[in-house]
Design a protein around this ligand. Structure first.
Ligand SMILES: C[S@@+](CC[C@H](N)C(=O)[O-])C[C@H]1O[C@@H](n2cnc3c(N)ncnc32)[C@H](O)[C@@H]1O
Length: 310
């Protein structure tokens, strides 16, 4: 759990207690969130794990089952939470999230307005970025989603940094109490152009706005609305490509083709037909190739800065 201590610092530097949320990590594509409950067990293909064995261990510990299998108990960071949270809506993933946090210039102490909250995937990263003294006010008009997001922020220890409001942002705009106070506004709404005039009122001078939209027609309409109050309007599509890099053992004669007498390192480089790049050493090769399962289009991120009145 993300702990905010009395000096309002986020810290994982403590031991796992009964009631904590941990990420049970088998491998990068197999992990899940579990609330530690003394007396409960976790059962998976590696055997049975007693929660009582986890209490008092540090986050990051390797723990063993009755059969000697193991998993790691990791802290629920925003990066991991995004991978395990329950999808109540489409969510933002790490590539878009990192770009948003950077390009919106979100730093500790910022006040950020967001709508819609959705599954809270982006909100957790926004919260950590503004910690310890900033705040994220996130709004959704769907009561159940707003409630579930609130519960999740409580579970992962972020509730002092995020407030969830129930509100139709396209219809009513952001609440008047935030006029001129927001450092950044993030919109993930079906008709963001309806909320842009209100977002402009909420931003302090020089404040930044980002709107995420899956379709380019939404982007075009938003950009048209942004023209009246914003400058530096730019749209990006963030595409992520993952690589598989691994060592392959080989016979030396296969690589240098001269009976293995060549001992200089590395001895050969070549490109495979599948896009793989292979560097061969006397007894092994290191192969790097793009993974087939690259995530494609998620959406377009449109950024803009509030025009300062001279
Ligand atoms: C795609 S989801 C947002 C996902 C979120 N960015 C995340 O990373 O988890 C869009 C959300 O906008 C909410 N929404 C749609 N129209 C809205 C409106 N007029 N006012 C407030 N929220 C709205 C929906 O209920 C939905 O939860």
């Amino acid at each position: 759990m993300l702990t905010i201590d009395t000096t309002r610092k986020i810290s994982f530097n403590r031991l796992i207690s009964n009631g904590d949320l941990v990420i049970v990590y088998e491998r990068h594509d197999n992990m899940k969130a579990v609330t530690v409950s003394e007396g409960s067990v976790l059962q998976n293909r590696f055997g049975v794990f007693k929660h009582s064995d986890w209490i008092g261990k540090s986050f990051g510990s390797k723990v063993f089952s009755n059969k000697g299998g193991f998993v790691y108990l990791l802290a629920p960071t925003p990066e991991l939470w995004t991978l395990v949270l329950s999808h109540r809506t489409q969510i933002l993933y790490i590539a878009d999230i990192s770009f948003v946090v950077m390009y919106l210039e979100i730093v500790p102490g910022c006040v950020v307005l967001e709508s819609g909250t959705g599954s809270g995937s982006l909100s957790t990263s926004l919260a950590r970025a503004v910690a310890p003294k900033g705040h994220v006010y996130t709004f959704d008009f769907h009561e159940q989603r707003a409630g579930s997001a609130r519960d999740d922020f409580e579970r992962i220890g972020l509730s002092s940094l995020v407030t969830v409001g129930l509100r139709d942002i396209q219809g009513e705009g952001f609440p008047e109490e935030f006029v001129g106070l927001a450092d950044a506004v993030f919109l993930d709404l079906p008709q963001p152009w309806l909320a842009i005039p209100s977002a402009a009122k909420m931003l302090r001078h020089d404040g930044t706005l980002c709107s995420f939209s899956p379709c380019i027609e939404q982007v075009q309409r938003s950009c048209e609305t942004l023209q009246s109050n914003f400058t530096d309007i730019r749209t990006f599509e963030v595409l992520l490509r993952t690589y598989e890099v691994r060592e392959v053992k080989t016979e030396s004669s296969e690589i240098n083709g001269n009976g293995g007498s060549n001992v200089s390192l590395p001895c050969k480089r070549r490109h495979g037909s599948d896009g793989a790049n292979v560097v061969s050493y006397p007894n092994s090769s290191v192969m790097a190739r793009p993974c087939g399962e690259a995530r494609g289009h998620t959406g377009y991120l449109t950024f803009a800065r509030l025009q300062c009145l001279s």
